[in-house]
Design a protein around this ligand. Structure first.
Ligand SMILES: NC(=O)c1ccc[n+]([C@@H]2O[C@H](COP(=O)([O-])OP(=O)(O)OC[C@H]3O[C@@H](n4cnc5c(N)ncnc54)[C@H](OP(=O)(O)O)[C@@H]3O)[C@@H](O)[C@H]2O)c1
Length: 234
């Protein structure tokens, strides 16, 4: 994750950082995505709001309510892609137009994580676009089951928890994240209505405090890269 000095993950600070060309976004990208970067994840998870803000832009999917019933269960591709954009979409809202997405120089196969409450019409829509999906949970996301399916069905060993703050905090509270990687920008905007690195949402996560053990600090000109281990729950 990349944050402002005041812990925001999006908002006016980003433009200010870009205008001054500080390179924090480049470092963020390098760590997570470059071949000679640090993590080499086989997939990265994104919350539904992050996907709508950046890729699907809150469009409504064109659904065929009379689509033939799709087979029960997951929709798994016959060949596994080298990298997946794993979209947490428990209600089936996202209006994808293609089964690939591009973030800077990285292109990844879209993979949707749904719950059983998602309609037949939405699953038929994904099948038509050849977008694989897994089902984890009945009405609420079963995040441990989703992670198990990513490993068992897609052979993923390393997955990046890629934000936003709601997704991050819900996975950390459930003990599903072992390391925090943070590029701290040298910009801030003091806004009070933009998302922060971690956000508790009633029904998804609590405000139970967690602690972190600092593992490494690297200074890069005006910004720093911090790595923490996430301490087990007391
Ligand atoms: N600076 C960075 O490094 C960085 C990285 C990523 C994202 N971002 C920014 O972060 C912003 C969005 O962050 P956000 O915190 O508002 O939202 P978010 O975490 O991206 O998405 C929240 C939504 O995802 C679904 N979701 C997440 N966790 C879930 C869980 N455990 N169980 C069930 N559903 C879950 C829910 O979708 P439904 O509402 O459909 O139920 C929830 O409302 C965007 O503007 C994005 O650009 C910044």
């Amino acid at each position: 994750m990349e944050t402002s000095l005041d812990g925001k993950i999006t908002g006016p600070f980003m433009q200010a950082a870009d205008d001054n060309y500080q390179g924090d976004g480049d470092l963020f990208y390098h760590i997570a995505f470059d071949d000679d970067g640090y993590y080499h994840p086989q997939g990265w998870l994104s919350g539904r709001t992050t996907t709508d803000d950046n890729f699907t832009h809150y469009a409504k999917p064109q659904l065929d309510e009379n689509a033939a019933p799709v087979p029960d269960g997951d929709f798994i591709p016959t060949t596994i892609a080298p990298q997946y954009y794993i979209s947490i979409d428990p209600h089936g809202k996202l209006a994808w137009t293609t089964n690939q997405m591009t973030f800077m120089a990285t292109t990844a196969q879209v993979l949707e994580v749904l719950t059983s409450q998602v309609s037949n019409a939405y699953k038929a829509f994904l099948r038509q676009l050849d977008i694989p999906y897994i089902i984890a949970g009945d009405t609420e996301l079963d995040a441990p089951l989703a992670m198990k399916k990513l490993k068992d069905l897609f052979h993923m060993e390393t997955v990046m928890l890629g934000g936003g703050g709601v997704l991050n905090w819900s996975f950390i509270q459930q003990g599903l994240c072992d390391e925090l990687s943070l590029v701290l920008s040298n910009a801030a905007d003091g806004s009070t209505d933009t998302p922060t690195l971690f956000s508790a949402v009633p029904g998804l996560s609590s405000t139970t405090p967690r602690t972190f053990t600092l593992k490494n600090v690297e200074a890069h000109d005006n910004f720093v890269w911090l790595r923490y281990l996430i301490d087990p729950k007391k």
